[in-house]
Every structure is written in structure tokens, then in C-alpha cells.
Design a protein around this ligand. Structure first.
Ligand code: NDP
Length: 490
């Protein structure tokens, strides 16, 4: 579907997210000829930059994030000509006239306000936009994470933004949902008959979802201390991925049909009790260690760190879904910083064959697993048992691989490229609805309360390891292992 002309207003247009992700994503879509001739990107910030000065900052900060192989000087100049810089203090209603002067009033021009600012400004910006008469019926607003820091603050954001924009105009972004592999999981589940009969407690042993990063907290201590791994990664990205794995087949791919099913999953998550909170939720904080042979400091020794910080840089938990399909199937979720690898993957492990006809000497049959890789490369891997060639019946696990890059030989689209196009098209399927956001917080909140009440510390783990040993024990108690622990040593 061709895009209508648009004014994409980036509040926080001079910030890290805009420079590293949003402007490069828009350049890539411009290069792919997705942007109409009347497409404009209006960057907003408090700094009194001239247009030329701002374009200088774009050259310095956004341009290096565009891959050389897609960079073309002429296209870049044409793209930069679409950028307009506006000086405005989001908290000062008197300054919004600068935006009024720039935005087109033609109803055929789509207007998108992308709030890449601290979330404390979300409701102020929305109210000031309304006050300046800018929140028109053809406007959309995009909200970046973190969407609240608990249920009450999430409800407040929803209520305040909802006073200005209708739900159909609000795009709550979770960039994991923009990843090719996540959408392929939908295609795999609902575009084939093969998996659906097996996609249930009778055949699935457990599901593991991991988002790991090698990086430490770096210079984001100010933000991270208000957040931690549970708020930063689990409440949003990991739970959204869990929903895509666990949801019932929606009746169609329309936004509400899909979001209704995701909401049902969130509402079916078994609530934690004081006992299960103590047993099934592990939090950790990295200590000094080695990453790729080099020494790195512990969390409490990072720049600007509180030497007594109790903020978790790692969380692992066991979730259960109280439905006929999933009762008794554990979903292990895990995320952390300073892990041995940077990866995001979903591992669906099937049960063992009920009875093996092969002799012990043939090699033990291992349960099949389906691995959906989201990061660093995107692909699917189905692990099956096969006979090794030659005499005798010896079995060995082999992988059926679907590497998207290899198979489709098409350029890869970054998550932000896809999500920005969806916003500009008004396509809400990959964005969270207000009730989903609140249901996720509702489930997570008892963990936060428990950690606040309990004067316990996060468990230490050495940088460059997969978290505290208690995370292995969590899954080990069920007779299972994290995927990397079950792989043969190379
Ligand atoms: P930065 O601190 O780099 O940028 C913040 C931006 O907000 C700046 O452009 C700043 O512009 C603008 N801003 C702040 N206060 C005002 C104000 N009163 N009026 C107008 N503009 C204002 O933050 P990030 O870009 O890193 O993050 C932005 C948001 O996106 C945050 O909510 C963050 O959590 C979220 N996010 C960021 C990611 C990232 O990779 N960076 C990833 C996912 C989410 P100026 O100072 O010129 O006014």
C-alpha cells in the first residue's frame, strides 16, 4: 500500500534513538522508494539550532549508523532535504506555535507525533499538542518504552494520552514485534497445518525465551537505576514474545483480533504467590569479570553507580499459563547484561518420543526443538533426529535451517523500518493496546513489590557468565537445562 504524504514529527529528534535508529530507518525506506514525494520529517528539540546546524548534527550522529552498502550521497542529500528542525520546549505551551507554523493542515497529509523523549513528557506533549490545535483526527501518536514503571503509572499514561488521542491513534511501540522472525513465527503457526496440532501441552515440554546482551549498563546508569532488567526487558519484550508463542489462533490478522488473543494470554498467566515468588523468580547483578578476554567492571563499579545498588541486571523466571492448551508447560524467561553472547531466541522444546524402538547403541533419541532466532541473525531451526549415513542404525540430531537472508535473498528490514511504515499506514497489529500494557504490568507488579519488601540483594554473577547459578537451578529443578547448557562442548 503506497503511503500518503506525511509529516513525521520526532519529539526527541536530536536524541540517541532518533539519530541511531529512527532517521537511519527512514533513510532506508526512502532509498527503497517507500516514501512519497510529500514526506517530511520534523525534528523537535529545545536547542536553538539553525536548520544547517541541525543537519550537521544529523550528518555526525545519524549518518554513521547507515550501512555503507546502502549509502548513496545523492539519496542522502535528497533525504536530508525532507528534514525540518523546530526549536520547541515540550513543557512550554507557548513554544508550540513553531510547530503550528511548520505542519501542513491538509487532511490528506498524515500527521505522526513520535515521542522519543523521557516518558515523563508524554502527557504534557499530548495536552500541549491538543492546546495548539495540532491533535487532529488524522494524527497518530507513537509512544516509546518505558511505558510506565508500574501499573499505576502505566494507567496514568494511558488515561492522559487517551484524553487527547483515541486508542486507534495510539501506537505503543515494542521493537521486538517488528522483527522478521517474530512475524515468521505467526506465519509458521498460522500459515501451516504442521505445527498447530503439536502446539500444546501434550507435545511441548517447555519454552525458553532469552534476550541476552554482552554490553553492561555503560553510560545509561541514570536510566537503568530507575528501571532494571524486569522493567526494561521482561515486562515488555519477553512477555510480548511469550504472547506470540502462546496465543490461540486469531480469527483474522486484524489488529484487534490479534491483540485480543495476546491479551487472553496475559490474563491467563498464573499469578505469583509468596512461595512461587521466592522459588521461581531469580534476580542477579553482574560483578567484575572478563568479556572476550578483557576485564570489565562490576555493576556497582560502573561510572555513576551507587555502590550499594540493588538494581537487577539479570532476571530469570518460570511462568505458567492456566489454559487447557498450556497447563503444566513451563515458560522460562531470561534476560541479562554482561552475558557471554548477544542473542535473542525462543526455544520450543517438544517431548521425548513415547517409546524408542532403537537400541541404546544407536544413540539416545533427543527431543525435537524449534528455535526461533531473533538476534543477531534472524532465522528458524528445527532440530530433528536422523540416521547417520553408512552401516548400522545410528541416530544423530540434525538441523533443518531457514535462514531468512539466504532463503529470500532480499535485503533485510530493520524492526524500526517496518514499525515506522506500519505507523504511517495506520496498521496497529504490531503495537500494544492499552489493556495489554496494563495486563502485563499487573502480572509483573507482585515481583516488584516482593523485591521492595524483601531486603534481599540480587544474586551476584561474574560478567561473561549466564547469570547466577540459581538460574540454572530454577530450570534444573524441573529436570531441564537452558539451551546453551544442553549443547555439546565444541
Ligand atoms: P536522549 O536523552 O538521547 O534524548 C532525549 C531527547 O528528548 C533529546 O532529543 C532532547 O532534546 C529531547 N527532550 C528532552 N526534554 C525535552 C523537552 N522539554 N522539550 C523538547 N525536547 C526534549 O534519549 P534517547 O533518545 O535515548 O531516548 C528517548 C526515549 O526513547 C526514552 O524514553 C528512552 O527510554 C526510549 N528508548 C530509547 C532507546 C535507545 O536506543 N536510545 C531504545 C528504546 C527506547 P533537547 O535536549 O535538544 O531538548
Amino acid at each position: 500500500m503506497a503511503l500518503a504524504d506525511f509529516d513525521l514529527v520526532l519529539f526527541g529528534g536530536s536524541g540517541d534513538l532518533s539519530m541511531r535508529k529512527l532517521l537511519p530507518a527512514m533513510y532506508a525506506r526512502d532509498r527503497a522508494k517507500d516514501l512519497p514525494s510529500g514526506a517530511r520529517i520534523v525534528c523537535v528539540g529545545r536547542h536553538a539550532w539553525s536548520q544547517q546546524e541541525f543537519l550537521g548534527a544529523v550528518e555526525e550522529n545519524a549518518r554513521p549508523h547507515i550501512a555503507e552498502k546502502i549509502f548513496d550521497q545523492n539519496l542522502w542529500q535528497a533525504f536530508c532535504a525532507r528534514i525540518v528542525y523546530v526549536t520547541l520546549d515540550a513543557g512550554d505551551p507557548a513554544t508550540y506555535h513553531a510547530l503550528v507554523d511548520v505542519l501542513r493542515t491538509d487532511a490528506a497529509v498524515t500527521r505522526v507525533f513520535y515521542l522519543a523523549t523521557p516518558p515523563s513528557l508524554f502527557s504534557t506533549i499530548c495536552h500541549n499538542l491538543a492546546g495548539a490545535g495540532l491533535a487532529s483526527a488524522n494524527s497518530r501518536v507513537v509512544l516509546e518504552k518505558p511505558l510506565g514503571r508500574d501499573l499505576a503509572s502505566a494507567k496514568q499514561i494511558n488515561a492522559e494520552v487517551g484524553q487527547v488521542f483515541k486508542e486507534s491513534q495510539i501506537f505503543r511501540i515494542d521493537h521486538y514485534l517488528g522483527k522478521e522472525a517474530v512475524q515468521n513465527l505467526l506465519a509458521l503457526r498460522f500459515g501451516n497445518v504442521l505445527f498447530e496440532p503439536l502446539w500444546r501441552r501434550e507435545w511441548i515440554s517447555d519454552v525458553q525465551i532469552t534476550i541476552a546482551e554482552q554490553l553492561g549498563v555503560g553510560n545509561r546508569m541514570g536510566y537503568y537505576e530507575t528501571s532494571g532488567a524486569l522493567r526494561d526487558m521482561l515486562q515488555n519484550h519477553l512477555l510480548q514474545l511469550l504472547c506470540i508463542v502462546a496465543m490461540e489462533p486469531p480469527t483474522s490478522a486484524t489488529p484487534d483480533a490479534v491483540r485480543d488473543e495476546k491479551l487472553k494470554v496475559l490474563r491467563s498467566l498464573k499469578r505469583f504467590t509468596p512461595t512461587t515468588l521466592a522459588q521461581d523468580v531469580i534476580r542477579g547483578q553482574y560483578r567484575a569479570g572478563h568479556m572476550e578476554g578483557l576485564p570489565v567492571p562490576g555493576y556497582r563499579n560502573e561510572p555513576d553507580a551507587d555502590p550499594h545498588s540493588r538494581t537487577e541486571s539479570f532476571v530469570a523466571l518460570k511462568a505458567e499459563i492456566d489454559t487447557w492448551r498450556w497447563a503444566g508447560v513451563p515458560f522460562y524467561l531470561r534476560t541479562g547484561k554482561r552475558m557471554p553472547d548477544t542473542l535473542a531466541e525462543i526455544v520450543v522444546r517438544f517431548k521425548s518420543v513415547p517409546h524408542s524402538i532403537f537400541a541404546q547403541a544407536s544413540g539416545a533419541t533427543q527431543p525435537n526443538s524449534l528455535i526461533i532466532r531473533l538476534q543477531p541473525d534472524e532465522g528458524l531451526q528445527l532440530n530433528l533426529m536422523a540416521k547417520t549415513p553408512g552401516d548400522g542404525m545410528r541416530l544423530r540430531p540434525v538441523d533443518l535451517e531457514l535462514d531468512f537472508r539466504e532463503t529470500f535473498k532480499m535485503p533485510r528490514m530493520e524492526a524500526y523500518e517496518r514499525l515506522l511504515l506500519d505507523v504511517l499506514r495506520g496498521q496497529l497489529t504490531l503495537f500494544m493496546r492499552s489493556d495489554e500494557l496494563e495486563a502485563a504490568w499487573e502480572w509483573v507488579e507482585p515481583i516488584l513489590e516482593y523485591w521492595d519488601l524483601e531486603e534481599t540483594e540480587p544474586l551476584p554473577y561474574a560478567s561473561g557468565t549466564w547469570g547466577p547459578p540459581a538460574a540454572s537451578a530454577l530450570i534444573g529443578r524441573d529436570g531441564l537445562q537452558w539451551r546453551e547448557e544442553s549443547l555439546p562442548e565444541l
